[in-house]
Design a protein around this ligand. Structure first.
Ligand code: NAI
Length: 331
C-alpha cells in the first residue's frame, strides 16, 4: 500500500521505517514534514492511504480532497480521533483506523510526572539551580500522601493513572459515565462531577474530547475547586476553557496547572518557535504564570509507545488490504 505520512518527525520516520521492515517492507511510505491541511492534501496523488497525527486537519473539506484523489484509508497514529470528520469519511467511503491503546503507561506516567513536578515546583527549582540560585523561597509544595485526587475518565489511561496514584495513598474520586470494576478495587469511589470538583485538591483529566466534554472545566467548575487545587490535563486541550483557567489562576482558586495539551495547540506544538512572536494571548498569559507547567503534547513519547504506534498503524494498513476484521476502525 502507498501511504503518505504527514506531520513526520524524525522519530516517526525511524519507528515507521523499522515497523515496515519488520512487516517485510510491505508498504511504500512517503514522509512529508508538513501537517495535512486543505493545501497539503494535494500531495497525496498516487497514494492509497494517509497517515496522520493529532494536529493534522482531516475535516470534511480535506476528506473530500482525499477521496477525490482516491485515498481509501486514513490511519491516525493516535488513540483520539477528534481531528477527523469520521461521518464525512464514511459518506465518502474512506475508512478511518486508529491505535486504540499503545501504551497507557506512557501517558499516565507523564501525568504523574506533571503532577509531582507542579506540586514540588521542579520546573522553577531546575532553572534556579542552573542559575546558581539555591534559594528555596516560594518552592513549598504539599504531601500528596492521603490527599483527595479526582480522575475524570477512567478508561485505559485513567485507570493506570489511578493505579499509580494509589501508591501515594491518595483518596481517589472518579467520574466516568461507564464505571469500571478496577476503580473500586483500588479503593477509589465513583462520584458525580460536582462532588469530584468540590472535594479534589488535585484533578487529572483522562476523558476524550467530545461535544459533551468540550470546556468540561469552565469558570463554574474552576469555582468549585478547593482553593489552591492543582489541575493536570494530558488528554485534549479542548477539555479546558483556557481563558477561564487564566482567570482561576489570577484569583488563586487554581493553585497550579500542568498541561500537555492546549485547545489551540495545532499552530504551536511540535515545532521550534523560539524565534517567533506568540500571537495567542491566552497561551502567552499561561506561559507567564510561575505555577503553570506546559509540555507540548509529549505524553505519548516513549520508545515503547512509538514502537507500538508504528506496528499498530501498519497493522491497520495490512488488515485493510486483506479485508480483515482486526483493523481498529473508527465509525
Ligand atoms: P479510553 O477510551 O480507554 O478511555 C476514555 C474514558 O473516558 C472511557 O472510560 C469513557 O467512558 C470516558 N468518558 C467518555 N465520556 C466521558 C465524560 N463525559 N466524562 C468522563 N469520562 C468520559 O481512552 P484512553 O486510551 O484512556 O485515552 C484517554 C484520552 O487520552 C484520549 O481520548 C486522548 O484524547 C488522550 N491521549 C493523550 C495522549 C497524549 O500524548 N497527551 C496520548 C494518548 C491519549
Amino acid at each position: 500500500m502507498r501511504i503518505a505520512v504527514f506531520s513526520t518527525k524524525p522519530y516517526d520516520r525511524t519507528y515507521l521505517t523499522e515497523a515496515n521492515r519488520r512487516a517485510g517492507d510491505r508498504h511504500r511510505l512517503t514522509f512529508f514534514e508538513p501537517r495535512l491541511t486543505h493545501q497539503t492534501a494535494m500531495l497525496v496523488e498516487d497514494h492509497d492511504a494517509v497517515c496522520v497525527f493529532v494536529n493534522d486537519d482531516v475535516s470534511a473539506a480535506v476528506v473530500d480532497r482525499l477521496a477525490d484523489r482516491e485515498v481509501r484509508l486514513v490511519l491516525t497514529r493516535s488513540a483520539g480521533y477528534n481531528h477527523i470528520d469520521v461521518d464525512r469519511a464514511t459518506e465518502r467511503g474512506v475508512v478511518v483506523a486508529r491505535v486504540p491503546a499503545y501504551s497507557p503507561y506512557a501517558v499516565a506516567e507523564h501525568a504523574v510526572a506533571l503532577l509531582l513536578a507542579l506540586n514540588r515546583k521542579l520546573h522553577r527549582a531546575y532553572s534556579r539551580v542552573r542559575d546558581q540560585n539555591f534559594s528555596l523561597n516560594g518552592l513549598e509544595g504539599f504531601d500528596v500522601h492521603g490527599k483527595t485526587l479526582g480522575i475524570v475518565g477512567t478508561g485505559t489511561i485513567g485507570t493506570v493513572f489511578a493505579r499509580l496514584m494509589r501508591g501515594f495513598h491518595c483518596e481517589v474520586l472518579a467520574y466516568d459515565p461507564f464505571p469500571n470494576e478496577e476503580i473500586p478495587q483500588l479503593r477509589g469511589t465513583y462520584v458525580g462531577l460536582d462532588e469530584l470538583f468540590t472535594r479534589s485538591v488535585m484533578v487529572s483529566l483522562h476523558c476524550p474530547l467530545t461535544a459533551e466534554t468540550h470546556h468540561l472545566l469552565d469558570a463554574d467548575r474552576f469555582a468549585q475547586l478547593p482553593e489552591g487545587s492543582l489541575v493536570v490535563n494530558t488528554s485534549r486541550g479542548g477539555l479546558i476553557d483556557s481563558a477561564a483557567a487564566v482567570d482561576a489562576l489570577k484569583s488563586g482558586v487554581l493553585g497550579g496547572l500542568a498541561i500537555d495539551v492546549y485547545e489551540e495547540e495545532a499552530d504551536l506544538f511540535f515545532e521550534d518557535r523560539s524565534e517567533q512572536i506568540i500571537t495567542d494571548d491566552v497561551f502567552a498569559r499561561l506561559l507567564s504564570f510561575p505555577n503553570v507547567l506546559i509540555t507540548s503534547h509529549q505524553a505519548f513519547l516513549t520508545r515503547e509507545a512509538l514502537e507500538n504506534i508504528a506496528d499498530a498503524t501498519l497493522g491497520n494498513a495490512n488488515a485493510f488490504e486483506r479485508g480483515e476484521a482486526s483493523i481498529s476502525r473508527v465509525e
